[in-house]
Design a binder for this molecule. Structure first.
Ligand SMILES: [Zn+2]
Length: 361
């Protein structure tokens, strides 16, 4: 009895202490998160207004904001028309104009004035394709300028002639083949703009793209939905036997196991320690400043298998890049929701989180 009372008193004291200490902390945290959300929301509404001309700009919006939206909309129209000028063959995927505009948006974000001539738009859009000389069969069309004036009442041609009429001719044209590899596109843009486009800027460009293309799926905590969209579940596994995310053995560094709500495994290493891809694959997501994961990236190993590396101090590869097992992809840090320098590693198989211990070696 006494024991119970003592315990319940202790519990009450502890609860009171917890409230006294943590409640203000939690309120501060909530306030910070709300501020971050407000900034993200503002950003999101600017992007939406630029991409969707049907969206009315709120009357309360300040003049700079409105100016920015109108300029971007004008540029987007010029970019769309430049993209429309390209001759993309039907047997290749069409040019993703949302990608073109998203990259343009972020590369010009914060510029006081954004304008684009037709010529500039054409050379910007050209960074997203490669040109290839192709031939096609076209029906020879009679030159109306020569025949019509002298023959105002066209008489239907005799049967025999009309059968011979559609005489196909082969013509050569410059086919625009959309580039599928993001690193190639960024390289072309860097050459065109005559400036380097660092990995974080590349990531920012793609955030705009995800926002426009995938909407709600692009935000959120675990980003599972976005990853599912970005990977090709039908592909074959190309990862090979998975190794360690570090040059040295990881086993002595586990500070938090998988399970009980923990989505991965925590491996404590000093800040800056190189992180390696545990298996070969393609980087499908490289994000900076996520409120929970911090700087993180996701590798698609094919066959529905992905690995995620969170809280990094630096990412050294970009989205779309092919990486081989053991290649350095990032550096250990404590960004996002983290209390110490460590790597949070997640492994997913066909949409389900699995214990990384069963995957890496
Ligand atoms: Zn963790």
């Amino acid at each position: 009895m006494e024991q119970t009372e003592y315990h319940s008193r202790t519990a009450k004291t502890v609860a009171a202490l917890l409230c006294a200490v943590f409640l203000p902390l939690m309120l501060i945290m909530t306030a910070i998160l709300c501020m971050a959300d407000a900034a993200a929301e503002h950003n999101r509404s600017a992007v939406t207004a630029c991409f969707d001309t049907a969206v009315a700009i709120p009357a309360s919006a300040d003049i700079t904001f409105r100016e920015h939206i109108f300029q971007m909309r004008d540029c987007f129209a010029v970019l769309d028309s430049a993209a429309g000028e390209l001759e993309v063959p039907e047997d290749v995927p069409p040019l993703d104009t949302t990608l073109v505009k998203s990259l343009f948006y972020w590369l010009n974000y914060g510029n006081e004035s954004v304008r684009l001539s037709e010529e500039q738009a054409a050379s910007f859009v050209a960074c997203f394709v490669r040109f290839e000389e192709r031939t096609r069969e076209v029906e020879r069309t009679e030159d109306p300028g020569e025949d019509r004036p002298e023959d105002p009442e066209p008489t239907p041609p005799p049967e025999e002639e009309s059968e011979q009429e559609p005489e196909p001719v082969t013509e050569t044209y410059q086919a625009a083949i959309p580039l599928m590899e993001l690193p190639d596109i960024f390289q072309n843009l860097a050459n065109h703009l005559n400036r380097s486009i660092d990995l974080q800027t590349q990531s920012g460009c793609l955030e705009i793209y995800y926002m426009v293309r995938y909407g709600e799926a692009s935000r959120g905590g675990a980003t599972d939905e976005l990853i599912d969209i970005l990977i090709d579940g039908e592909s074959e596994y190309i990862g090979g036997a998975a190794g360690s995310p570090f040059a040295e053995d990881w086993r002595g560094h586990v500070t938090c196991e998988f399970g009980n709500g923990h989505r991965g495994i925590d491996l404590a290493f000093p800040t800056g320690t190189p992180i390696r891809a545990v298996a070969s694959g393609t980087v499908v997501l490289a994000r900076y400043g996520h409120y929970s994961y911090g700087n993180y990236l996701v590798i698609d190993h094919g066959g529905g298998v992905t690995t995620l590396y969170a809280h990094c101090s630096a990412l050294t590869v970009a989205t779309g890049q092919t990486v081989s097992a053991g290649q350095v992809i990032a550096r250990v840090g404590s960004t996002g929701n983290s209390t110490g320098s460590h790597l949070h590693l997640e492994v997913k198989q066909n949409g389900t989180l699995v214990n990384p211990r069963t995957f890496i070696s």
